[in-house]
Design a protein around this ligand. Structure first.
Ligand SMILES: NC(=O)c1ccc[n+]([C@@H]2O[C@H](COP(=O)([O-])OP(=O)(O)OC[C@H]3O[C@@H](n4cnc5c(N)ncnc54)[C@H](OP(=O)(O)O)[C@@H]3O)[C@@H](O)[C@H]2O)c1
Length: 356
């Protein structure tokens, strides 16, 4: 079997990371689609034939590439993905998969009707720490799931030309950053049955800060925050009836898990004897403090990612395309559509608050 051949659309920072990740697995960049001077420089670094016309690239791709990675601004994902799907070329589409629910549904339906592989590039789902977290939850390591809390926020200088602040380019904290914790919530807890958001719009009209409360099946509760103006903890914690697991490292690049065992306790008993005095006395309290400090540290499982971590999602696509599969069970198109519906509804709530 020859090297897997990728077409890369766009030469922005994320395409550079993805192409660097491909080196990790010996995959080839066979085509670079770029409007301007970054195209040749990108091809010089990673290889590939430069195509300067995004519209023409889809017609050239069959036979030249095995799949394309679409890393253009979110407002362009729909047009670009549609063109390649119509040409029968498998697509890996950066998040958010599309700019609206109607577009996301249309891409899913087009991929299915054409019988062409498509997946949203939610790369964090494929990181070793997240794979292990999902397995541990499924195996009942923390009992019955009760809560998930996660955040992703980064302080950016408020520049209206920056894609994150530009509504025309699909900006906003929810779409650009909040999608990661919300998508992991979906991956670990299923689809949300109810969702409430509160947030603030910035001068360009995009949501800059948001906090969300979600309800999943079986009463599992999700609590999420995102921001373009403040750097948050960027963490993820899942809590069950027997303990909790926190990711080590930021949510976008976890390198391990910290596991805490917290079996349920019964009703507190306090007999009226000298034992009570001893337990509330300084010696026992100091011992309790020592135990509490140790318990706070938990047990760390080291699950580092290899390279820059971007190759895991590429490996998933390569294996599935080669096997003739049309979707990934880890990142199915129905999840992308449901997540688009969720973020759209949350965004509407925030815009509605700003108008009232
Ligand atoms: N996976 C991750 O870690 C991650 C992180 C951040 C963002 N993202 C997502 O990845 C995608 C790309 O992000 P990015 O920050 O690399 O994007 P970007 O810098 O805003 O744009 C990516 C590239 O798209 C091409 N492009 C084509 N038509 C364009 C147009 N009309 N206006 C602007 N650019 C155009 C440009 O390449 P040429 O000039 O060569 O044509 C540009 O460099 C987005 O969907 C974003 O949400 C993913």
């Amino acid at each position: 079997m020859g090297r897997f051949r990728w077409g890369v659309l766009g030469t922005g920072p994320v395409s550079v990371k993805f192409a660097a990740g491909l080196r990790q697995i010996g995959a080839e960049v066979a085509m670079v689609v770029s409007r301007g001077e970054r195209g040749p420089a990108f091809a010089h670094l990673f290889g590939g034939v430069v195509v300067e016309d995004y519209a023409r690239a889809a017609a050239m791709a069959p036979g030249m590439v095995d799949a394309v990675y679409i890393a253009t601004p979110p407002a362009l994902h729909f047009d670009h993905a549609q063109a390649f799907l119509k040409a029968g070329v498998p697509v890996l589409i950066e998040k958010p998969i599309a700019a609206s629910l109607a577009q996301a549904e249309s891409l899913r339906d087009l991929a299915r009707s054409k019988g062409v592989f498509a997946m949203e590039a939610m790369w964090t789902r494929f990181m070793p720490a997240i794979t292990a977290l999902r397995r541990m939850i499924d195996e009942g390591a923390i009992g019955e799931l009760r809560m998930i809390s996660a955040s992703f926020g980064q302080a950016y200088r408020p520049d209206p030309a920056h894609g994150h602040f530009d509504p025309a380019q699909g900006g906003g904290a929810l779409a650009q950053l909040g999608a990661y914790p919300l998508s992991l919530g979906q991956f670990l807890c299923g689809e949300a049955m109810a969702a409430k958001a509160t947030g603030c719009l910035g001068p360009t009209g995009v949501d800059e800060d948001a906090a969300m409360a979600l309800l999943y099946a079986d009463g599992v509760i999700g609590s999420f925050q995102t921001s373009l103006r403040g750097t948050l903890r960027n963490s993820l914690t899942v809590t069950g009836t027997l303990g909790r697991i926190e990711i080590e490292g930021p949510i976008y690049r976890p390198w391990g898990l910290r596991v805490f065992s917290n079996p349920p306790v019964g009703r507190a008993q306090m007999d009226l004897t000298g034992k009570a005095l001893f337990k509330e006395g300084p010696l026992f309290q100091r011992l309790s403090l020592f135990r509490a400090r140790r318990a706070r540290r938990g047990r760390v499982l080291s699950l580092p990612y290899a390279g820059n971590g971007y190759h895991y999602e590429a490996q998933e696509v390569q294996a599935l395309v080669r096997a003739g599969a049309l979707e990934s069970a880890t990142m199915p198109l129905d999840h992308s559509v449901a997540l688009t519906a969720l973020t759209q509804s949350l965004r509407h709530q925030i815009h509605g608050m700003a108008q009232s």
